[in-house]
Design a protein around this ligand. Sequence first.
Ligand SMILES: [Zn+2]
Length: 217
Amino acid sequence: MKNPLIITLLGKSGSGKGTQAKFLVKKFGLEYIGSGDLLRARAQKNDFTGKKLSEVLRKGQLVPTPIITKLWLDRVEELKNKKNLKGFVMDGNPRKILEAYLIDEVFEWYGWKLNAVLVDISNKEAINRLTKRKICSACKEIIPYIGSFKNIKECPKCGGKLVQRNDDKIGPTRKRIEWFKKEVSPIINYYKKTKRLAEINGEQAIERVFEDILKVI
Ligand SMILES: [Zn+2]
């Protein structure tokens, strides 16, 4: 059987990697593993970790590696047992170098090979996009500050009022960029050293970014 296509997308907040993940899923019929989705689903459970998780997520704090890894591993096992798995895209994993090592061990177990794609934008661009993006106060749709989205005045889904999230103020935004430098840069270097990293210029039109990703996977 052909090897499944397994990609992890890395990039700062605002890089648009989530959008690119959706494009890949659609184009190749891949599965999606988003750490945000896994955590939000787990937070629905009415037990200790479920309750604590909803609080931690609400405050935007980090979730311990074993908690996220367990959820991630359950999902990976589910995919391994899927007939005719074409592959999957990971969005939001790994978040630290420790998780990158764990993922490698797991993939060795399953006999899979991981490809990493970095959607690269400068700190300046990330700050610009994050502090200028808006969220719909009604349906919570996030309107990125890229391309034609820049001119949107009300929510394209429900017509609701667009506002800035507290998390997208300059202080929290700077913190996220610092976190990326501290935690994710070592992961990027690790994948580079092991020759599994493709770097894409994320400061182009969304469609061009996707074209570049298609060239390297
Ligand atoms: Zn809306």
